[in-house]
Write a protein that binds this ligand. Structure first.
Ligand code: AMP
Length: 282
């Protein structure tokens, strides 16, 4: 595995691979890797010749009161995991390499970033779109892989790639969960034992929604009401949002009569967790 910290060095290496007509698969991450990340890498390995992973805790996507400074980091552990997953290139730039002094350019995807996590975390998706656009330009992937766990993020990246005519196939892969249903996340490491148990309420509320839909319920308000009850029964949990929205536009829908995303963000103590499911109505 080749490890690069400088843009110039990885760019030269990528140029050689391109000259050899190798296809490049890319998995951008913020590190502290878990099975969710590794599933993307293993899939990338199956469908492209060379797998590039980036680890960069992107300051531009954290709000001033958010957890940038405390975000978990484990560079040595991550390197070992990448190696085991068959990663060919690991890119770990510093913040000053990505945002040198005098940096002024940002990418803003409109409208679909105003809702859900975008409403709770102003500026977050501008930071996400900017870093991914920069990494796409550096890595020049044929395919890039993202997790459905961050449904809105994946949609924003797909839209950015389409709108900016980036010739990159952006693929969303399924959410990897712990045995009790909790979606894997680097932030799960913030949870103490009691909070960890409480955190399963996100998954149970989504399971309830899925079951209601299977039994014929189509009324969003009713489904959200039952999801709320499950979360509110958990004393450590506080709802940020629960929404049922059109899977493409992220506009809220009152009746589930098309492909929809059921998404939520919940505070468990001081940790904000997100999860979602997609339901495909004909
Ligand atoms: P992060 O390091 O949290 O920025 O995530 C990097 C990539 O891994 C993103 O595309 C995430 O959507 C994806 N990811 C994170 N958690 C999971 C999970 N539990 N299952 C699948 N993909 C995930």
């Amino acid at each position: 595995m080749q490890v690069f910290e400088k843009i110039k060095d990885i760019s030269n290496f990528i140029k050689e691979l391109k000259a050899q007509k190798k296809t490049i698969g890319f998995v951008p991450t913020m590190g502290f890797l878990h099975e969710g990340h590794l599933s993307l890498m293993r899939y990338a390995k199956k469908v492209t010749d060379v797998v590039v992973v980036s680890i960069f805790v992107n300051p531009a996507q954290f709000g001033p009161k958010e957890d940038f400074n405390t975000y978990p980091r484990d560079i040595e552990g991550d390197k070992g995991k990448c190696l085991d997953a068959g990663v060919d290139i690991l890119f770990m730039p510093s913040a000053s390499e990505i945002y040198p002094e005098g940096y002024l350019t940002y990418v803003n995807v409109e409208k679909i970033t105003d809702v859900m996590c975008g409403a709770s975390r102003p500026g977050h998706f501008k930071g996400v779109a900017t870093i991914v656009a920069k990494l796409f330009d550096i890595v020049k992937p044929d395919k890039a892989f993202f997790g459905q766990k961050d449904y809105q993020q994946t949609l924003v990246i797909k839209k950015m790639a389409a709108d900016l005519n980036m010739d990159i196939d952006v693929e969303a892969l399924p959410t990897v969960r712990e045995p009790d249903g909790l979606a894997m996340s680097s932030r799960n490491s913030y949870l103490n034992e009691e909070e960890r148990k409480a955190a399963t309420c996100l998954y149970w509320s989504l399971t309830k929604a899925e079951e209601m839909i299977k039994n014929g319920e189509r009324n969003s308000a009713k489904i959200i009401g039952d999801m709320q009850k499950i979360i509110e029964a958990e004393k450590l949990a506080r709802i940020d949002y629960i929404t049922i929205a059109d899977a493409e536009t992220l506009e809220e829908i009152k009746t589930i009569d098309k492909k929809a995303v059921i998404a939520l963000a919940v505070w468990i103590g001081k940790t904000r967790l997100i999860d979602n499911i997609v339901v495909n109505m004909k």
